[in-house]
Design a protein around this ligand. Structure first.
Ligand code: AMP
Ligand code: MG
Length: 337
């Protein structure tokens, strides 16, 4: 869920849909429609151009259904999801064939885990459960709890068997957590579902992340505002024009536990077991929302300067903006296109 940071936070970046993007119509007269859908602890917003309300509704319903399907497969908040059931096989030696969507997300996750040397790690579940509770109860987890959880964390303990698309969770008590990537995948799939209804001019947002299809009629792109909130509470706008790309934002600014003057985030460094303490906001623009979502979290784990340098080195064509405070001053690295 996306919430504005507290006043002590430095800078945050949120994306707001422009309200004035209906332009000159050069083709069939399309009308703009908007829909919402609460899912994955956030509100999805679907904006699209369609010939009439029947076509618009059909497209939006297809998107909603797809988002629900992905939630049912990939949520770690419900015991009956495909992901949660898979986690129950941890340490049994059993290999479980998984659905095509889950395989896609697990494969992308493992690839990024290797590339980021374990900064991005979907086996972080036992630690994220611990830190979610800690943040909720405003109490630091015990060192013993962290070290016990770490025994069940590590991407090398997750084995993907390409031949039959099955999965083995090697260590006992492992729990997979797709919180850093599944929302992005859901956005991509929702856009595909809309496009399957012959609606290509669509923008779908969910909790600070977005995916854009073709531009609105007569426009170069969807106008979205990147809104900056400084620690003095000032608002600054940057206008982005987006089409056929995705933008995701991640940061430790709005869900954290304060202890001994440090803010521990719900984003975890799997290599230490600790919630990350760098208060940075990271936005990544990528061809797919799955990639943008996962990379934004990875940079958040690595920390602003290290993460931005890593991204520039490994993903030259992927723009990102990272904002944070250093020696009392706001710093911005990079920018979006
Ligand atoms: P995001 O808001 O996309 O940055 O995702 C944050 C969520 O990803 C957390 O709430 C956890 O569920 C999960 N998570 C935390 N740390 C990591 C990590 N190092 N790698 C992958 N997922 C993580
Ligand atoms: Mg993410």
């Amino acid at each position: 869920m996306f919430r504005l940071p507290t006043t002590t936070a430095l800078l945050s970046l949120i994306f707001m849909l422009s309200t004035f993007h209906v332009g000159a119509q050069t083709e069939a007269p399309l009308k703009r429609f908007t829909f919402t859908h609460p899912q994955m602890g956030t509100l999805f917003n679907i904006s699209l151009f369609a010939a009439d309300s029947a076509q618009a509704r059909k497209a939006a319903d297809a998107a909603r259904t797809r988002i629900d399907e992905i939630n049912n497969a990939m949520s770690d908040y419900t015991a009956i999801s495909e992901l949660s059931k898979l986690s129950t096989t941890a340490g049994t030696g059993k290999s479980t064939p998984v659905s095509e969507p889950l395989w896609t997300v697990l494969s992308a996750s493992q690839e990024l885990a290797v590339k980021s040397k374990g900064a991005f790690d979907i086996t972080v579940g036992p630690l994220s459960k611990l830190w979610r509770r800690a943040i909720r109860q405003k109490t630091m987890p015990a060192k013993s709890e962290i070290s016990a959880a770490r025994k069940s964390v590590g991407y090398k303990k997750l084995q993907l068997n390409t031949a039959d698309k099955s999965v083995t969770l090697i260590a006992p008590n492992m729990q997979l957590d797709l919180g850093a990537i599944a929302k992005g995948y859901a956005l991509d799939e929702a856009l595909k579902a809309v496009e399957a209804q012959q609606v290509t001019r669509a923008l779908i947002q969910g909790g600070g992340d977005l995916v854009a299809g073709d531009a609105p009629p007569g426009q170069a792109g969807w106008q979205v505002y990147a809104k900056w909130v400084t620690h003095q509470g000032q608002l600054r706008d940057t206008l982005l024009m987006v089409k056929r790309c995705a933008v995701a934002t991640s940061g430790a600014l709005y869900r954290f536990l304060e202890s001994d003057g440090k803010k521990y985030s719900h984003i975890i460094d799997p290599r230490t077991g600790m919630g990350v303490t760098h208060a940075a906001m990271v936005s990544v623009q990528a061809p797919t929302a799955m990639q943008a979502d996962a990379l934004a979290t990875t940079v958040s784990v690595m920390g602003p300067r290290k993460g931005f340098a890593w991204l520039q080195k490994n993903y030259k064509d992927i723009p990102a903006v990272v904002t944070f405070q250093e020696k009392g001053k706001p710093v911005q690295l990079g920018k979006l296109r």
